[in-house]
Design a protein around this ligand. Structure first.
Ligand code: SF4
Length: 213
C-alpha cells in the first residue's frame, strides 16, 4: 500500500551540462522526492571525471549523510580494501549511489537505514544518468540489488548475475556484485572471509573487463 510519501516522487531534472560541478551543485537543491526532507544533505558521486570504472551503490548511509561523501563509512572502508586487493586504487574510480539522499527511520537515538523504494530510485535515476553521461566510464560496477535494479529494472537479481560481464543501455559493460555492507552483516568469521574473497573476485572480473577492448 503506497504511503503519502511514496507518492511524492517525480523524476529529478539535472541541467544539460557536461560540467560535473554544475550538475553536482544542482543536485544539492533537488527536491524531486521526499527523501531530501530528513537527510542532512545530497551525497553526490565523487572521483575523476575521466575514470574508467564507476561504482554504484544503493544510497548514502549514516556516515555519508553527515560527511556529504559517498562510501566513507565501514562499508566504504571494506570496499577500499577489496579494491586495493583487486589491484585498483579508490582514487582512480568514480563512486556514487543510485539514490543521493539517506533514507532512514529513527530507533531510539539511532538512524536506521531503510531501503529506497522503486519510486525513489526512479526519481533519482536522472542524476545517475547525468553522471554516466559526463564520466562515460568503460565499465560500471553495480553494488547490490538496488543499484542493479536502477540499471537493469526490477527483475534484476544480484545473486543470479554477479561476477558476469553484462551490458545495458546506460553502460556497455556492467559487472554486478554484492553491496559491501553485506560483508559486514555476515554471521561468522568464516562466511565473512568467504564473502569478502568472492567480492574481490567480482572486482577482478570488472577490472579485467574494463582493460579489455
Ligand atoms: S533522493 Fe534523489 S530524487 Fe530524491 S530528493 Fe534526493 S537527489 Fe532528489
Amino acid at each position: 500500500m503506497p504511503t503519502k510519501n511514496d507518492e511524492y516522487a517525480r523524476p529529478a531534472t539535472p541541467p544539460d551540462s557536461s560540467n560535473l560541478s554544475t550538475v553536482r551543485e544542482a543536485a544539492e537543491n533537488c527536491t524531486a522526492c521526499h527523501l531530501y526532507q530528513r537527510a542532512t544533505q545530497t551525497v553526490f558521486g565523487e572521483g575523476p571525471k575521466k575514470a574508467t570504472i564507476m561504482l554504484v551503490g544503493e544510497q548514502p548511509g549514516d556516515y555519508e549523510d553527515v560527511a556529504g561523501k559517498p562510501f566513507v563509512g565501514p562499508a566504504g572502508k571494506i570496499m577500499d580494501r577489496a579494491l586495493e586487493e583487486a589491484g585498483l586504487d579508490r582514487k582512480e574510480v568514480y563512486v556514487t549511489n543510485a539514490v543521493k539522499h539517506f533514507k532512514w527511520e529513527p530507533r531510539g537515538k539511532r538512524r536506521i537505514h531503510q531501503k529506497p523504494n522503486s519510486r525513489e530510485v526512479a526519481a533519482c535515476r536522472p542524476w545517475l544518468e547525468a553522471e554516466l553521461r559526463i564520466v562515460r566510464p568503460k565499465l560500471l560496477v553495480v553494488l547490490g540489488s538496488t543499484a542493479g535494479q536502477a540499471i537493469f529494472g526490477p527483475s534484476f537479481r544480484v545473486t543470479r548475475e554477479r561476477g558476469k560481464v553484462l551490458s545495458s543501455k546506460l553502460a556497455l559493460k556492467v559487472v554486478a556484485t554484492v553491496h559491501p555492507s553485506s560483508l559486514l552483516r555476515q554471521p561468522d568469521e568464516e562466511s565473512r572471509h568467504r564473502e569478502y574473497k568472492n567480492f574481490v573476485a567480482d572486482l577482478r572480473v570488472a577490472i579485467t573487463a574494463a582493460d579489455a577492448d
